[in-house]
Design a protein around this ligand. Structure first.
Ligand code: ADP
Ligand code: ADP
Length: 237
């Protein structure tokens, strides 16, 4: 479970991007974060894994307050936080399977240690995930030869291979056509349920969020203006 408590962020420019946001995301819940540009969505996601340092408040992932960790502890804790990006962030010249495994070592180390043998359990799990995201026919296909939907499937498998407790997903469908977007959202939704993952999705497409998220949080000017089920969201929020 993720618990965000009175989280605020004031940028050095003086912008109050978050003003005391409090939220809980239970295990297995997919929460969509919506709101107009500048509402604070990216800041909130980035404060969770501390790519942006919050000004005050706390972020509890299970029993750990992420805001109190030192650099070394944070590096450990981040392994429990899977990230999925709009632009996939794949290594173009690597294959599907290499990309899935690349998260294990980090982008740079990967090249140096490619010939190092992965533990068999990791390889087994990588192949299971490959299958689960629907790419079992393409382990050796290069990332630059994949469609957008396939690329996002690789991104999902890579994030899940870490066995995270929390998934942070930033505009996962922004570069995809509507049908592929629905498939990707359905996949994320099913995986969250199967694995009991808390998921926060920063998503632009409100109807898509309403279709696949169990809960919608609307942000505006750094504050929560809606928090509830998708079907009660009105355009006035
Ligand atoms: P951006 O500037 O980041 O592209 P928009 O302002 O275009 O974002 O908003 C994206 C979508 O979300 C629009 O369809 C808008 O109507 C809807 N929206 C924006 N803010 C909210 C909110 N607080 N609650 C519900 N829907 C919202
Ligand atoms: P969203 O993701 O909803 O579009 P952001 O989190 O990007 O919103 O931005 C929230 C507010 O914080 C905006 O007023 C934006 O201008 C400001 N902001 C975002 N990043 C920075 C930054 N690095 N420095 C200063 N202000 C920022």
């Amino acid at each position: 479970m993720l618990r965000i408590d009175s989280l605020s962020k004031r940028y050095p420019t003086g912008d109050m991007a978050l003003k005391g946001v409090t939220l809980e995301v239970p295990d297995g819940q997919v929460m969509a974060l919506i709101g107009p540009s500048g509402a604070g969505k990216s800041t909130l996601i980035r404060c969770i894994n501390r790519l942006v340092e919050p000004t005050s408040g706390s972020v509890w992932l299970n029993r750990v307050d992420l805001t109190r960790l030192n650099t070394r502890e944070l590096r450990q804790a981040r392994r429990k936080i899977g990230m999925i990006f709009q632009e996939y962030a794949l290594v173009e010249r690597l294959t599907v399977m290499e990309n899935i495994l690349s998260g294990q070592l980090g982008y740079v180390n990967f090249w140096q240690s490619w010939f190092r043998k992965f533990p068999q359990a990791t390889l087994d799990e990588a192949f299971r995930l490959l299958d689960r995201v629907g790419l079992s026919d393409f382990p050796d296909k290069r990332a630059d030869a994949l469609s957008g939907g396939q690329r996002q499937r690789v991104g999902i498998a890579r994030a899940l291979l870490q066995n995270p407790e929390l998934l942070l997903v930033d505009e996962p469908t922004a570069s995809l056509d509507p049908k592929t977007s629905r498939q990707i959202m359905r996949l994320i939704n099913e995986l969250a349920a199967e694995r009991g993952l808390s998921v926060i999705i920063n998503i632009h497409d409100v109807p898509l969020a309403q279709m696949f998220a169990q809960r919608i949080v609307g942000l505006r000017f750094g504050e929560v203006v809606y928090d509830g089920p998708p079907n009660r969201l009105t355009p006035s929020v």
